[in-house]
Design a binder for this molecule. Sequence first.
Ligand code: GCO
Length: 463
Amino acid sequence: MNAARGVNDQGPRFPEDFVWGAATAAYQVEGSPDADGRGPSIWDTFAHTPGRITNGDTGDVAADHYRLFRDDVALMADLGLSAYRFSVSWPRIQPGGKGPANPAGLDHYERLVDELLARGITPMLTLYHWDLPQELEDSGGWGARDTAVRFAEYAELVGARLGDRVPLWTTLNEPWCAAFLGYASGEHAPGRTDPALALRAAHHLMLAHGLATQALRAVLPPSGQVSVTLNLAAVLPAATSSAATNAVRRIDGLANRLFLDPLFVGHYPVDVQQDTARLTDWSFVRPEDLDVISTPIDLLGINYYSPTLVDVGPAIEGPSPWPACENVRFVQPPNARTTAMGWAIDAQGLRNVVHRVHEQYHPLPLMITENGAAFEDELGVDGVRDDERIAYLRDHLEVVHEAITAGIDLRGYFVWSLLDNFEWAYGYAKRFGIVHVDYATQARVWKDSAHWYRDVIRRNGLE
Ligand code: GCO
């Protein structure tokens, strides 16, 4: 046992080329909302709407990553990261969501990419992590088919500038959240509560993915890899009744198959279309759309946090991110340990998701593009003790290792998140970082989990 923080060589080892990363997203970390010609996004509008965000927080400063990125890249190098997953803010590139690129916006991300490459860190670039230019929302947002076309234009602009240096591209982060939290429950920007519109939005997001994939293929070198990132749910019944089993089918349909089927099977799940027929006739889907959506990609990103247990119960009125599921209720697993978000901790859910995708969809290589947890971190004189986060990360990495051992082509893991950041409707009240951010001073303080993660990367495995 090496005395240096328990670095030993007894635990499971990962493949030599396994990608060890950390993830962030533009609106959650950058700040500088008006710098260099950036236009407003739907998250600027939403966060500045009273009552939407805990404590009235906004992303106006966040972790000031737009200005401090060089220091943060140095921190990534100290961690030993082999990759950094970040998102480009669309309204920095096209302030109004259309037309020629804003050179200063592209210049910023070129500086970030060059800084990463200079440190031997692979950039993984997400084109859309929810910050739609407000002008496009004003013209219908994801409810409008034209937004998908605008997204492909944006993808081409970024791909043309950075395609020679960025090897890993993700079109969308979590289209389920963008569609159903944004347009059905209204918990996220743009704050709409129209389930039929949310289904339209989900389709146009997937169409945008397909069109952007085609646009990227035209400008990337053959080595460029294109992916999409889905927050897939490990849905289980909370009871042995047929009603609970049907609830599983419905939530699995909306959370998982609504995205996986058009990508890898080439059509939408019929049962979901039947379940939602009273909301929409799905005429927004044109015959040629599914061929576009299922344009081949090179990698599937999976974000996983917590299992999903469902049963049936009295109809729940009011906005919900689950169209036509009024009588489905979500159940907390009994005696489950939970994170500061109230999310149950169970790494078996990650196992279920990865094996299901592998067995039922035979997709291309996989990456865990987000996994992590918020806990009530206390900043002490010598850093932050976050043993619960270390335990969470270790449990989930053990599942990742088991999946690889079982023959699943799982190529990398990105911890969410590198830094404490703006946690959407929760604002800064929830801290997911392995590095603490003092928002008053912007000081970065490594939590114990950062030291632990660095050791995992150094030994390429678990203790
Ligand atoms: C998501 C988003 C992240 C969140 C993280 C914690 O998965 O919801 O990609 O932006 O901050 O997941 O909720």
